[in-house]
Design a protein around this ligand. Structure first.
Ligand code: SF4
Ligand code: SF4
Length: 216
């Protein structure tokens, strides 16, 4: 008798949950890929190599990201800039840049290690491929386009409703953002893709105002 009543109780819970789900009252799934959940700002998706507002590449080919990577999946080869037609503002630029996404654990340590904020992570997470070679992202696939958009695998019309997928949110270094000593140890995030045109964090506004007061 006890067993049957427990069974009935269990079925009642299951039936009630099914009913709430079918009627949409407790829907926890979405119709992916037609409907995509908004990602948390700090979501770690695939990487992007950034440019400065003038179009110059931020990567200086220093290989610090490769050294920091615990999965050993970044390959960088630096090259001297042509003084008459430099690729980056530094002495050198990233001539070859590859990330093996099959090995990447999306930890973001490469982003933290980068001294120029050249590498950040996006909200793009759809990276399935049918062969191993396609999972190795080359510089062509990583470097943002000159209009500041992130290279991606979707036709542009599919992205019309999903522009959050183009957000290059990423760890902008936990050391000194923009090299300003006042931000030493302060964690900052880049909220937009494109040529370094993101809004300051609220706390950054406060510190800027304080430093202006001190100067005044
Ligand atoms: S996110 Fe982590 S594992 Fe992936 S490339 Fe960067 S450092 Fe390596
Ligand atoms: S992405 Fe950053 S850390 Fe990596 S090679 Fe370029 S400048 Fe250096």
């Amino acid at each position: 008798m006890g067993l049957i009543s427990e069974l009935v109780k269990g079925l009642r819970v299951t039936g009630g949950t099914m009913l709430r789900t079918i009627t949409g009252r407790e829907l926890v799934t979405t119709e992916y890929p037609h409907e995509m959940r908004e990602k948390p700002q700090r979501f770690h998706g695939r990487h992007v190599l950034n440019r400065y507002p003038d179009g110059m590449e931020k990567c200086i080919g220093c290989q610090l990201c490769a050294g920091a990577c615990p999965a050993d999946c970044i390959y960088v080869r630096g090259e001297d800039n042509d003084p008459d037609n430099p690729t980056s503002p530094g002495e050198r630029y990233g001539y070859v840049y590859e990330i093996n996404m099959l090995r990447c654990i999306f930890c973001g340590l490469c982003v933290e290690a980068c001294p120029t904020e050249a590498i950040t992570m996006t909200h793009l997470f759809e990276m399935s491929t049918t062969n191993h070679q396609d999972a190795i992202y080359t510089k062509d696939e990583l470097l943002m386009k000159s209009d500041g958009s992130v290279p991606h695998m979707f036709p542009d019309d599919q992205l019309a409703d999903h522009d959050e997928l183009l957000t290059a949110d990423g760890w902008v270094r936990a050391t000194s953002t923009s090299g300003v000593a006042a931000y030493q140890g302060v964690q900052m995030w880049q909220g937009t893709p494109g040529p370094a045109s993101w809004e300051p964090e609220p706390s950054q506004d406060i510190r800027d105002a304080m430093s202006e007061d001190d100067d005044g």
